[in-house]
Write a protein that binds this ligand. Structure first.
Ligand code: TRP
Length: 403
């Protein structure tokens, strides 16, 4: 029975939908993430894990971890156990370049990866799945590659260390080691399995059906012989939780290919300006703030579209206070305002009615104008040569200490 049918029958509550292609919820506060953890069978990131991060790195956990925005994981303890014993790991994340301008939500996994790379001092590989977007969005192949290069500039502007970062376009980089691993994965997964995991049907182009191994292969260190030589190195993947199906599949096959199962750190979704029922869409210009927006556009969009948890009139707001759980400005501050004390002040003030919607919006506007302006300044300095350097397959100085 479909969700719509169950609803029509009155036999079910509206279920959240989380797949790599659709994220939607009927609830005002968005996806129920605790339910999602149960459904996916992942683990909640708890205080104990945060303490472990702190102990191992000597650094306060990143605010995206402290605030539960990265909220779920698979096997992170296994990675930390071996790291503790002096065995390194590597980080893998990616992006499907579907448009030339990335929006604020796209920055989240990269901001977080940059922090992980800094505190653990490990290599990072970044997949630009232009093949995926060419298949799903029917983009011209050459255009898809161009988008990869444009997006690479935004990614580089997040501050990744050149000596420890390899960025690759699937369409351009595909080499022998990568292809061999894809074939190893392809022959280990049946059509029935991908149907079950991704919902593919008989009429889907076979490009879709055969794509998942392309996203899976970089989670096996042997895909990058120029980085890892003959070593089998565990992989940690920070990503939004809608990407989990790819890695459930990867975790199933990895042991059969003599590789450890990749570990995962899952983030929740960055809400659209209109509210947390959907994730932002690069194709709806007013649902998101783009990294190319001007200071004026940022101000106008937030003032005009940011869903407010405040009351209808000032008098009512002063009396009843605002609702931070649905207020998009507050939710966005949670993602980007690093100062915990200030954030708590805002939460209390807004909830009690002391802070008005216009005021919380003003604080967000100023913060984002600075953040986006800063990003643009750095991005404008990234040259074609820089992009080539990051995208050149090369030794990243990785060594395994023998214990
Ligand atoms: N499929 C992802 C998207 O559409 C892009 C992607 C490729 C990715 N490889 C990844 C995301 C690894 C996270 C981790 O955006």
């Amino acid at each position: 029975m479909s969700v719509e049918e169950s609803l029509a029958n009155g036999s079910a509550e509206a279920e959240d939908v989380v797949t790599p292609w659709t994220v939607s919820s009927q609830n005002d506060t968005g996806i129920d993430y605790d339910k999602l953890i149960k459904k996916f069978g992942s683990c909640k990131i708890d205080d104990e894990m945060l303490k472990r991060f702190e102990k191992l790195t000597g650094k306060k956990p990143h605010h995206l971890l402290r605030r539960g925005i990265f909220f779920s994981h698979r096997d992170v303890n296994v990675i930390l156990d071996s790291y503790e014993k002096g065995k390194p790991f590597y980080l893998y994340t990616g992006r499907g370049p579907s448009s030339d301008s990335m929006h604020l939500g796209h920055l989240i996994p990269f901001m977080f990866c940059k922090w992980l790379q800094d505190v653990f001092d490990v290599p990072l590989v970044i997949q630009l799945s232009d093949d995926e977007k060419a298949i799903w969005k029917n983009l011209d192949i050459e255009q898809a590659v161009k988008l990869s290069y444009l997006n690479a500039k935004d990614i580089i502007a997040c501050g990744f260390k050149l000596e420890k970062t390899f960025i690759f376009s699937n369409l351009e980089y595909m080499n022998s080691a990568f292809y061999k691993n894809m074939i190893r994965i392809q022959r280990s997964v049946t059509f029935n399995q991908v149907k079950g995991i991704f919902g593919f049907g008989d009429s889907d182009p076979i490009g879709k059906i055969s794509f998942p191994p392309t996203q899976a292969a970089p989670a096996l260190s042997s895909t990058f012989p120029f980085i890892f030589k003959n070593n089998t190195v565990p992989c940690l993947i920070p990503c939004a939780i809608d990407q989990d199906p790819y890695f459930r599949m990867t975790r199933d096959v990895a042991p059969k290919l003599n590789h450890p199962k990749p570990a995962l750190l899952h983030s929740s979704f960055f809400p659209a300006l209109q509210g947390p029922k959907t994730k932002m869409s690069a194709s709806d210009n007013n649902s998101a703030i783009f990294l190319t927006d001007t200071a004026k556009q940022i101000k106008t969009k937030i003032n005009k579209y940011a869903f407010s948890g405040g009351q209808a009139t000032i008098e009512e707001h002063r009396e009843k206070g605002g609702n931070c759980d649905v207020d998009v400005s507050y939710q966005w501050l949670k993602f980007f305002l690093e100062d915990d004390d200030r954030l708590e002040e805002i939460r209390k003030g807004y909830t009690s009615g002391e802070i008005l919607t216009g005021e919380i919006k003003k604080e967000l506007i100023e913060l984002l104008q600075k953040l986006v302006g800063n990003h643009q300044e750095i991005r404008n300095k990234v040259t074609e040569e820089d992009v080539k350097r990051y995208m050149e397959p090369r030794d990243l100085g990785f060594v395994v200490k023998n214990s």
